[in-house]
Design a protein around this ligand. Structure first.
Ligand code: DC
Length: 221
């Protein structure tokens, strides 16, 4: 079974999806980490991130391993390094690069072929797994998302204000939505879950309930 979780930045997708996968005994794929890793690999290689062919080469050649919560690039842990404000801002180069997207979509499909998975991103239901059995669209209000993002960045040792985070978030929302290929969109068959006012545990509870309900419906058919 494939469970897709799409939605805007800061809706709490990553940690919720990871815990959901744990509860279900499914594997978890954080596709945002893949776009971030391509960006970091490009920065480390010293290429111009606007050079589409060069960045696509980096994506094709990078040695990326996603194991549990850890992200390894050429054997080195980049779990925290891919979540800095700088990498977050620059990741649009990878996300807007069609060649990079195609490479990562192929990797995501190959990764999911092995069995039950929860995948998380922007285009999982629309582009990567249009036939997924359970599609979830996770949202939260703009203010709540910015507050959560700020808390994460502060915990990661960065020094930013709420307004800075909110402004960047607005820009990123627009970029994510308007991307011509792989842009954030809700499919008609997605189930929407709004996480405003819910604790992280309540979010996972709702997601688990949703997946179990869909699974039971499928079994009855
Ligand atoms: O979910 P995230 O914040 O880690 O994602 C980082 C960036 O990558 C985000 O700006 C959108 C992009 N992204 C994408 O275009 N497609 C995906 N499947 C996942 C992320």
């Amino acid at each position: 079974m494939i469970v897709t979780l799409d939605g805007p930045a800061g809706a709490g997708k990553s940690s919720a999806a990871r815990q959901l996968a744990q509860r279900l005994g499914f594997r978890f794929l954080d596709t945002g980490a893949m776009y971030r890793a391509v960006t970091l690999a490009g920065m480390q290689a010293g290429i111009d991130l606007d050079d589409e062919a060069a960045l696509a080469r980096v994506a094709a050649e990078m040695d990326l391993e996603l194991t549990g919560e850890r992200v390894l690039l050429a054997g080195q842990s980049v779990t925290r390094a891919i979540r800095t404000f700088e990498v977050t801002t620059l990741t649009r180069h990878a996300a807007d690069n069609q060649q990079v997207r195609k490479l990562l979509v192929d990797r995501q499909r190959a990764w999911a072929a092995a069995g039950n998975v929860v995948t998380e991103g922007r285009d999982q239901a629309t582009v990567v797994f249009p036939n997924a059995e359970c599609k979830i669209y996770l949202t939260a209000s703009e203010g709540e998302r910015a507050r959560r993002r700020l808390a994460d960045l502060l915990a990661n040792g960065e020094d930013l204000t709420y307004d800075e985070v909110l402004q960047k978030q607005r820009a990123r929302d627009a970029q994510d939505r308007d991307r011509p290929y792989g842009g954030l969109a809700r499919t008609p068959d997605s189930i929407e879950v709004n996480t405003d006012g819910l604790t992280p545990e309540e979010v996972v509870d709702q997601l688990e309930e949703t997946v179990r309900r869909v699974r039971a419906e499928l079994a009855r058919r």
